[in-house]
Design a protein around this ligand. Sequence first.
Ligand code: IMP
Ligand code: MG
Length: 178
Amino acid sequence: MLEDISRILFTEEQIKARVEELGKQISADFKGEDIVVIGLLKGCFMFIADLMRAIDTNVAVDFMVVSSYGSGVVSSGEIKVRKDYSIDIEGKNVLVIDDILDTGRTLAFVKDYLIVKSPKTIKLCTLLDKPERKTSKVEVDYVGFSVPDEFVVGYGLDYDEKYRNLPFIGVLKPEVYK
Ligand code: IMP
Ligand code: MG
């Protein structure tokens, strides 16, 4: 598995430190109010587990599955809800969590999808952002790290369901998917 990684972008320690900062920032912004965290599976599972433990207010957690890349490395463009969340979000503070913001289509879609359910507030959080690739206008409230336009894996992020268990975030060698 390790031989497929060309370089490490963020170590386990760097991720831990940044996630703790994000948790503090979120705790301060919500000032003790309850939050419903909605994670977009599967990529967010490790991030959400760590981030929740760094937030010191009441947090409910739910998940959605929206269409992914399948086994490719380029977004198909069309987004579908494959598993919906189930907690009532009307009048609640909603924080949507994704693993990586690439074109921005996923989070833009999910925000539009949830906003019509009348949450009190809706904020977006992503562990990683690829700023060079933005095609959809989406304002993200919390970003862990910016990454270059390369395919990254680890800490929950996969290529073809592999590499999610790497404790760090690294660049996948292009020959693995070409
Ligand atoms: P967007 O809708 O183009 O912003 O795509 C976001 C989704 O694409 C993420 O939630 C990931 O599932 C996937 N994705 C985009 N870039 C990468 C990457 O470099 N590594 C792993 N998954 C990625
Ligand atoms: Mg994803």
